[in-house]
Ligand binder design. Structure first.
Ligand code: SF4
Ligand code: MG
Length: 318
């Protein structure tokens, strides 16, 4: 498949008071292929949202590159920026906070169309109605306000808004984390259907592995601003290489009580260190049950340990 997005040695640092730098994203590299869903997983504060926001240019990269369809998104100018802004859209975590309570559903969904000055009057309304139906709502909803909807419905409105400009690539930042468990699968299934119909590519951000399992073709695992492991979903679940991924997976309960528990449980102790003062060497070493001497001395390389299975861990270096 074609590479739609190439992230190369991306860093995003924030200044947080006197001489202190928060390394939110610290030198990560990965590709997103056209038509796939890449899941991005990690505890809160690991840099996954910042990664998404830097890719879509809500933040400027501190260093490194984001190449979209062959072009560096951080050096685009003029008309190309407008074109790019249509191709890439975002769905946010909190459908309560991300929809303006004083705007009608119609105006919320059409906001991007208005900004880009496409579709007016009747055409605009028709398109909004069509988008509402596309996400499982109805055109009667167009004149209502966000507070009249449930969380799941609001996220559908957020999805309709993201689709309004016919994007190619959607960054969904924890789109189901704020929803009831019973609603989560519905939203994931809607997103899957839309992907099939429209050939969309997704970066799907979540804080735990069980949430991305059913939607992701591949999954990347982040910790403290770094990418720890990236592989096909099946490989990642069946043969996780990184001790952090192993720990995350062992904390997911086995849903079927008749299946015998054969996994070794790794319970993570301690807290995630501050990204302002991260450990030397491997960022995970202060909590890693398998840390060895070199882990404190040198940052592990990002290497392809198995075909299409990348990991940053000294245990896999030769
Ligand atoms: Fe653990 Fe060392 Fe691998 Fe880091 S590099 S995950 S500390 S074994
Ligand atoms: Mg976040």
């Amino acid at each position: 498949a074609k590479k739609l997005v190439e992230v190369k040695n991306l860093q995003k640092h924030f200044e947080v008071g006197k001489g202190k730098i928060l390394k939110a994203v610290n030198d990560i590299s990965f590709d997103v292929y056209e038509g796939e869903t890449l899941g991005l997983v990690g505890e809160s504060g690991c840099g996954k949202s910042t990664t998404g926001r830097t890719i879509i240019r809500l933040y400027r990269a501190t260093s490194g590159e984001v190449i979209y369809d062959g072009e560096n998104v951080h050096t685009l100018k003029g008309k190309k920026i407008k074109k790019f802004n249509r191709k890439m859209q975002m769905i946010f975590q909190d459908p309560y906070a991300s929809l303006n309570p004083r705007m009608t559903v119609e105006d919320i969904i059409a906001e991007g169309m208005d900004i880009h000055d496409i579709y007016q009057g009747k055409e605009r309304r028709k398109r909004v109605h069509h988008l509402l139906e596309t996400v499982g709502l109805s055109k009667e909803h167009a004149t209502r306000f966000p507070h009249e909807f449930s969380g799941g419905q609001r996220q559908r409105i957020g999805i309709a808004r993201a689709l309004a400009l016919d994007p190619e690539f959607i960054i969904a930042d924890e789109p189901i984390s704020a929803l009831d468990v019973s609603i989560q699968a519905q939203v994931v299934n809607l997103m899957k259907d839309l992907q099939k119909e429209r050939g969309l590519t997704y970066l799907f951000i979540a804080h735990d592995l069980s949430m991305v399992k059913h939607i992701s073709d591949r999954i990347g695992v982040m910790y403290l601003g770094g990418m720890m492991e990236l592989a096909d979903s099946e490989d990642l679940y069946e043969e996780p290489l990184h001790p952090y991924t192993q720990a995350l997976l062992s904390s997911i309960p086995i849903p079927d009580p008749d299946v015998e528990e054969t996994r070794e449980r790794t319970i993570l102790i301690g807290d995630v260190p501050s990204p302002i003062d991260p450990p030397s060497g491997c960022p995970f070493r202060t909590r890693c049950p398998e840390a060895i001497d070199v882990c404190a001395k040198r940052k592990p390389e990002w290497l392809e340990a198995r075909p299409n299975h990348f990991v940053a861990c000294h245990l896999y270096e030769q």
